[in-house]
Design a protein around this ligand. Structure first.
Ligand code: NAD
Length: 374
């Protein structure tokens, strides 16, 4: 194993997806990681646990450089402030200079985004622009960007290819769509400097199998799987589970989503980092810049009722539920066509629904209060 490791900056690395991404990047033993986070929706405890998992995964004869690289540098900072990223880039020089950035940090709740749009644009757009400026000045212009399937709005074709029109229907989705546009424009304007990959996540779920890290949203979870996990440990059981609509054009009438195990999704970021170093991945693009977008999904749709059933099996909780009216903004089916990421990035989601529900329950049952029980 070569001991020369490149430094990756991961804003938002303390959060749910970010913590698993940091772990997967460390597990390659090819990189060192610096996280920037303001803990708006996370706890620094996640980083301590990542370091433990990464150290435990090393072989007994691992070098000191490998051990040192399991230590994550943590910078507390808000990406809305211009100097946050300047400080981060200035901290590392020469051989240790930041090589690439994986931008995970964002506000991410669809419903909330319509209530406080200025905050969403401030964090997700101003924060991104701050980052790009700092990257340009530091000449560290390789970026992997957390985008979302919400950029497709209500898609015409299922499974959804990357060529599907971008027509986000929520403020949150628009921040991701605009974010992608800003990044592409930047890559087009500076084709010799910038290269970037947007990863359009479908529905990440589950946890690392150790049960040490997982999803710990503040307040009542907005997503189905974390809600089911928390209900099983006794939270949010009143007023009972609501299933929004059973008259959609889907096999059982409830909404279908493409759930992807978080370790598969996180691993996709390592594929993207590798692709950023590979000129052939960016050859023959129609635009001048070096920008590409990929779906990260399993390519298999699961309905709300199927997910309830899967969680019932692992938790033993019955999930009494009530069918209520459709929820504004829900689309019947969001299933990815992940074949482009498979072909060009070598990405493949290998975990199944059983792995996902088992690992989610392992995390939740071991950490009923999330990281907050510390
Ligand atoms: N979870 C999903 O279902 C999902 C789906 C598609 C896309 N995404 C995207 O993936 C990314 C990560 O999502 P997640 O589920 O891990 O969310 P999360 O809230 O767990 O993680 C986001 C992290 O960003 C940090 N953060 C927020 N505002 C910040 C600021 N101003 N400065 C610095 N740090 C800040 C938070 O503290 C948190 O650690 C987001 O960009 C989100 O839009 C998530």
């Amino acid at each position: 194993m070569v001991d020369k490791k490149q430094r990756i900056l991961i804003p938002g690395g303390a959060g749910y997806i970010g913590s698993h991404v940091v772990l997967c990047v460390l597990l390659t033993r090819r990189y060192k990681v610096t996280v920037v986070d303001n803990y708006h929706n996370s706890f620094p405890t996640s980083i301590e646990r990542i370091e433990k998992i990464a150290l435990d995964a090393l072989p007994k004869d691992a070098s000191q450089a490998d051990r040192d690289a399991c230590k994550v540098d943590l910078i507390k900072g808000d990406m809305r402030e211009r100097d946050t990223f300047d400080r981060a880039f200035a901290q590392y020089k020469g051989d240790d200079a930041i090589y690439a950035v994986i931008l995970v940090a964002a506000l991410k709740a669809v419903g909330e985004s319509g209530e406080i749009p200025i905050d969403y644009y401030d964090v997700n757009i101003s924060g991104l622009v701050n980052l790009l400026r700092s990257m340009k000045e530091a000449k560290a212009a390789r970026l992997v960007y957390s985008s979302s399937a919400t950029v497709y709005g209500t898609p015409k074709t299922i499974p959804i290819p990357e060529t599907s029109p971008l027509q986000a229907e929520s403020v949150y989705g628009r921040t991701k769509q605009i974010g992608e546009t800003i990044i592409k424009d930047t890559c087009d304007a500076y084709p010799d400097e910038f290269r970037a990959i947007s990863l359009r996540y479908f529905n990440p779920a589950g946890a690392h199998p150790s049960g040490l890290i997982g999803e710990d949203p503040r307040g009542k979870p907005g997503n189905l799987l974390p809600l089911l996990a928390q209900m099983a440990v006794g939270k949010y059981r009143e007023p009972g589970l609501q299933v929004f609509g059973n008259d959609y054009p889907t096999p059982d009438g409830t909404c279908v989503r493409d759930y992807i195990h978080i370790m598969d999704l996180a691993g996709g970021h390592v594929n993207a980092l590798d692709a950023l170093s590979d000129d052939s991945k960016f050859a023959q693009l129609p635009s001048p810049g070096k920008y590409k977008a990929y779906n990260l999904g399993k390519g298999k749709g699961m309905s709300v009722l199927q997910m309830i059933e899967a969680m019932k099996k692992v938790t033993g909780y019955g999930y009494p539920y009530k069918i209520v009216g459709r929820r504004k903004g829900d689309v019947p089916d969001l299933t990815a066509d992940p074949s482009l990421a498979e072909k060009e990035l070598g990405f493949k989601a290998v975990h199944n629904l059983e792995d996902m529900s088992r690992d989610l329950w392992n995390w939740q049952s071991k950490n009923p209060q999330g990281y907050g029980q510390q």
